[in-house]
Design a protein around this ligand. Structure first.
Ligand SMILES: C[S@@+](CC[C@H](N)C(=O)[O-])C[C@H]1O[C@@H](n2cnc3c(N)ncnc32)[C@H](O)[C@@H]1O
Length: 518
């Protein structure tokens, strides 16, 4: 790679600023695909400094730090600078770092040397050990319960990391070596976090910046159970915009910074900024731990309220004891997979075809059909093969499985009534979820009431408290609390009586009904 290995510190520059320059100079020589494959996105200095600043100060003379997936060492530098300026007793730092990218080695050594000089000037000795090994392969044994009591294992006062983010295949050696905390598709960052949660000293803490995806969802459920059983969440920071966090590298995932400790505290600080530029002025609020993580349930979903409205919404939902299943409703994913049934999807309706609903046929409170679009035939033939994927024509709620970045709301649902067509069946494409009554029919008021609630600001606010992505999974909806069935029907009836299906009316009705203002 043609990178600038002659890059030198500028007089008076902090090691973390130098590390940022080194990282960005290296990154500007890498192509996007390489960065994606290695999960290599360097942390901007502002974020690194913030992450270093949330470490709890210590008065120890010696500290041991781990930085797995260290890149150009920007996080280690920022953390050490923060600790060195708050701890006058500090005399020795032992720093262990991992990175599989061997092209980074000369740059890591350069930054480590500059950090060493910077610390020597403050009478602090630095010992750095760089491991070019895969962090998961070298350390997955920490996950085994036997290792927990092994006093020969190295443990750390601080672990700081911006680990790689990429999905791992089921048969990847790393997935297999951590199989007890993996549910289907996992992401390497979760394995880094899980292993680190077992590498801390009794008073240790770990600070990570990662995608928010681990906070909810089935794929991270065993991981969340493992993590919250080993360490306690103390602090979480959310960015409201995806764009400027890692703007240089085009990372558009929603990211969070989390700090976990081995000491069990009953409070969590939630911090919030728009992006990197205002991170120094981020707003902070303390919540009871039980409000943020539902530790009592197997799901262990992490909720991140950033306003008082969010907390009120959370409290209202927690006051409801029923889920859809408790009222006889079920949610499933549309069974028509377009590419498998391509030859049976057509544009014309005749006696042998039935309507097929796609994502674009569903808008808030309205099923719009037919809507002609290229390659999105609006009807599906009834054949021996397709009969297995067609639904009986009855009342449903269709719900989009994803929203787009431009949508104001994550949940987009429409009521569908069996009397909208005379056909025996209806087709529902795979990018839609559908809600129905098991062994029966959804009543008209239930259909309207459920669709209205899902489209309301109240439900959108709740959904955003735990899900940072544009995807809406049936699993998440299945475990979501719903108000008592009478409330659902009353809301549906009022909408029918007033013949007002507008979202403004629905929002004011729902807020009045539950005595909440958003
Ligand atoms: C998201 S980057 C972050 C770099 C640096 N920590 C920072 O904050 O700027 C993750 C780093 O992990 C390294 N990496 C990827 N897979 C790894 C693995 N299995 N073990 C150790 N390091 C890995 C990549 O080369 C990359 O430098």
């Amino acid at each position: 790679m043609n990178m600038d290995t002659h890059i030198q510190p500028i007089f008076g520059e902090t090691p973390s600023c130098f590390a940022e320059r080194v990282g960005f100079s290296y990154s500007s020589c890498s192509i996007q695909k390489e960065k994606k494959d290695k999960g290599q996105f360097f942390t901007p200095h502002g974020i690194a400094k913030f992450m270093g600043s949330i470490a709890t100060p210590t008065q120890s003379t010696t500290i041991r730090i781990l930085d797995p997936g260290c890149g150009s060492l920007v996080l280690s530098c920022a953390l050490i600078e923060s600790i060195a300026t708050t701890n006058n007793c500090l005399r020795e730092v032992i720093l262990d770092v991992y990175d599989t990218d061997t092209c980074l080695t000369p740059l890591i050594n350069k930054v480590a040397n500059y950090l060493k000089e910077w610390l020597e000037y403050r009478n602090i000795t630095l010992h750095t050990s760089l491991y070019n090994d895969d962090f998961v392969i070298s350390n997955h044994h920490y996950l085994s319960s036997q290792d927990l009591f092994d006093s020969n294992r190295v443990r750390y006062d601080y672990i700081i990391s911006n680990p790689p983010y990429f999905k791992l295949a089921k048969d990847d050696y790393r997935t297999q070596s951590c199989i007890d905390i993996v549910d289907g598709q996992t992401n390497i960052y979760a394995l880094f976090m899980a292993i680190c949660s077992r590498m801390l000293k009794d008073t240790g803490e770990m600070i990570f910046i990662t995608p928010r995806s681990f906070a909810s969802g089935r794929y991270f459920q065993s991981f969340r159970n493992f993590l919250f059983c080993n360490v306690s969440l103390d602090f979480v920071h959310l960015f409201s915009t995806r764009k400027d966090t890692f703007a240089k590298d085009d990372v558009l995932q929603e990211l969070i910074i989390s700090k976990f400790t081995t000491q069990n505290s009953d409070k969590v600080v939630v911090s919030y900024s728009n992006g990197v530029n205002d991170i120094e002025e981020s707003s902070r609020k303390e919540y009871s731990k039980l409000e943020i993580v539902d530790t009592g349930s197997d799901d262990k979903i992490l909720f991140i309220p950033t306003t008082d409205d969010g907390v009120n919404v959370l409290r209202l939902f927690r006051s409801w004891n029923g889920c859809m299943g408790d009222y006889g409703f079920k949610i499933s994913t549309g069974p028509v997979v377009a590419f498998r049934t391509q030859e049976h999807i057509v544009d014309q309706h005749d006696s042998n075809t039935v309507p097929l609903y796609w994502m674009h046929n569903v808008v808030k409170m309205l099923t719009d059909h037919p809507v002609v679009r290229k390659n999105k035939g609006q009807f599906i033939c009834i054949t021996q093969d397709t009969k297995q994927v067609l639904l009986p024509n009855k009342n449903y709620i269709f719900l989009r499985r994803m929203s787009s970045k431009d949508d104001d709301s994550r949940l987009i649902a429409a009521p569908y009534f069996g009397n909208m067509s005379k056909d025996k069946y209806v087709g529902v494409e795979n990018k839609l979820n559908y809600i129905y009554r098991v062994n029966g029919h959804l009543r008209r008021d239930e259909t309207i009431g459920l669709a209205a609630l899902l489209n309301s600001k109240l439900f959108d606010e709740y959904f955003r408290l735990f899900n940072g992505s544009i995807n809406v999974s049936a699993t998440e909806l299945r475990i979501m609390p719903f108000p008592p069935i009478d409330d659902i029907r009353k809301i549906g009836n009022k909408i029918i009586l007033n013949n007002n299906y507008s979202i403004d009316y629905i929002n004011s009705l729902v807020e009045r009904h539950f005595n909440i203002q958003l």
